[in-house]
Design a binder for this molecule. Structure first.
Ligand code: AMP
Length: 543
């Protein structure tokens, strides 16, 4: 099918042609006609499939007629991260260039003043992260009664980031008569429940491929000791033909340390993580996009959806805690049919997590050895993916003893990593960019102002959000994916245990002999006394 046959208007088609696309991707082919007909759509698709255009193109056509009034946006697109929101806004700019639609991007970390001014002028398309959106709503800067189209993008990621209560609240404020487009890479029961609640007789469209990194990405894993990781990385950076690369760390602090270290060793590197101010995040990403920075040390804030053409390499300085993050991370390379190379450094403590990744992608990642570095005995690890320690140096690695350079290398060690390509793990590509259905990057929480309508416990939580800004990273706790509570971290970025977990103390808080009056009035099940999205006040999120 050609774009010209899909039912879009001539201006949109011209913009699509200018962008260089002649054929819709499967999600576009399936979704656009239904969106144009005004139907609700439930799309099971991940980034990289052309999903964004599947809703932006028909929305531009639909919104072309009609005018927005001050503070009353006509459509709303909710995105889990600022970067994704900004990318959607870029899509509107590219495809909407022959229309005169007003767009506002409401994301945290940027001035309220400018965003309010835009809202005052009237916007046709409002693209927002839930936290900033609710802030502006609570301040009275947005009226939601004119929303005709709602897009909830990356719903499963919203769930992972604890945004679902916000989403439910926002949807409750919208007119019942509206068109809703709901996209999620995966459909766990909680997401299905939301889809059932938000959508009316939707067309269901699934284009999610199985867990499969792009066929164009060559993968390898180097077994190293924790204390050798930086040296191993430098070795790979020097021996590989690296044009540009994402270098993923599990923790924000490690991103900063690795960035410093690489800079000290003369590499042209930048850093990107959720603790940085938004202007710096945007600037760094743009510098990387433009090639001014060759290496981007980053957290998982960059793992999902960031679309930069021609990235030659991805390095996993840390084995990601969650297997699906591996697929998201390496999906930053090998995009749009180009080849890419993905290397990971694994220590003995990572053996279990590495095993989970290989199980997910359905094959073993070829092992390589780094010239001049000892390969540790992987059985010495404690199999926890190195979570207890920062900086990659694991307890067990420390036990291995002094470095024995070159002492235990196998024949494979003398081969340059590039030659691993022949035995690289490759799998069939099914879409523009076939990858594992993208799971939410656990990267950030929105900053928010007080929410007067919520109870004290929530106010405490919001205060924590406010002071920390969008600092959550690697924040998904060890709990169920369906848990809608925001993840918590300790001051080192480690996921914190919940009060109900293990040995953190009693799971019932007593009042001694004093029984408060409210307890005498209503008998409720104990498990319901703490709403699912709230925390024990003694264990608040990272400030
Ligand atoms: P998305 O899934 O929206 O993140 O899109 C992934 C990439 O596919 C982006 O770089 C888009 O520009 C690109 N893309 C979108 N639509 C098409 C198309 N019809 N043909 C080829 N590439 C596309």
């Amino acid at each position: 099918m050609l774009f010209s046959e899909i039912g879009l208007g001539p201006e949109v088609l011209r913009a699509v042609e200018d962008a260089g696309y002649s054929q819709p991707t499967p999600i576009q082919e399936k979704a656009i006609p239904w969106v144009l007909q005004g139907r609700d759509v439930l799309g099971c698709a991940q980034t990289g499939t052309g999903k964004t255009a599947s809703f932006t193109l028909p929305m531009i056509d639909i919104l072309a007629s009609g005018r927005a009034r001050a503070r009353m946006p006509r459509s709303l697109i909710l995105e889990p991260t600022r970067e994704l929101a900004a990318q959607v806004a870029e899509n509107f700019e590219v495809y909407g260039k022959y229309h005169k639609l007003n767009m506002a991007l409401l994301i945290g970390g940027e001035s309220f003043g400018d965003q309010i001014k835009k809202l005052e002028r009237g916007v046709d398309v409002l693209i927002a992260t839930p936290g900033r959106m609710m802030d502006l709503f609570d301040r009275g800067n947005i009226l939601l009664s004119d929303i005709k189209i709602l897009v909830i993008d990356e719903a499963d990621r919203m769930l992972d980031m604890g945004f679902i209560p916000d989403i439910e609240r926002i949807v409750g404020l919208l007119p019942k008569m509206r068109q809703t487009l709901f996209f999620s890479a995966t459909m766990p029961p909680e997401i299905r429940r939301l889809a059932d609640a938000f959508l009316m007789n939707p067309r269901e469209i699934t284009v999610a491929p199985p867990a499969s990194p792009a066929a164009t990405v060559t993968q390898a894993v180097a077994m190293v000791r924790g204390e050798d990781k930086r040296e191993a990385l430098r070795h790979l950076l020097r021996t590989e033909d690296v044009k540009n690369a994402f270098i993923f760390c599990n923790r924000k602090r490690d991103v900063a340390l690795l960035h410093q270290s690489l800079t000290k060793h003369g590499f042209n590197a930048g850093a990107l993580h959720g603790d940085m101010v938004q202007s710096k995040r945007t600037e760094t990403l743009e510098q990387f996009r433009q090639g001014e920075i060759a290496l981007l040390c980053c957290s998982d804030v960059a793992a999902r959806g960031i679309d930069i053409a021609g990235v030659s390499h991805v390095f996993n300085f840390d084995v990601p805690h969650h297997a699906d993050d591996y697929v998201h991370r390496i999906g930053r390379t090998g995009r749009a049919g180009k080849t890419g190379r993905a290397f990971m450094l694994a220590t003995p403590d990572d053996s279990r997590t590495l095993g989970a990744i290989e199980k997910l992608i359905g094959r073993e990642i070829p092992r390589i050895m780094i010239d001049g570095l000892e390969t540790p005995d992987m059985s010495e690890g404690e199999g926890d993916g190195g979570r207890r320690r920062r900086g990659g140096r694991s307890d067990s690695a420390a036990k291995v003893g002094s470095r024995r350079r070159g002492g235990s290398r196998s024949d494979a060690a003398s081969e340059p990593p590039r030659e691993v390509q022949a035995e690289a793990a490759t799998v069939a590509e099914e879409t523009v960019e076939a990858r594992r259905p993208e799971r939410p990057e656990r990267s950030e929480r929105p900053e928010r102002q007080d929410r007067p309508e919520r109870g004290g416990r929530d106010r405490d939580r919001n205060r924590n959000r406010d002071t920390r800004g969008e600092t959550r990273e690697g924040g998904r706790s060890e709990g169920s994916r369906n848990d809608t509570r925001p993840p918590r971290q300790d001051d080192r970025g480690e996921p914190r245990r919940r009060w109900r977990d293990e040995d953190d103390g009693p799971t019932v808080i007593g009042f001694g002999d004093d029984v408060p009056a409210f307890m005498l009035r209503v008998a409720r099940p104990v498990a319901r006394t703490v709403p699912p999205e709230t925390f024990d006040g003694s264990d608040t999120p990272e400030a």
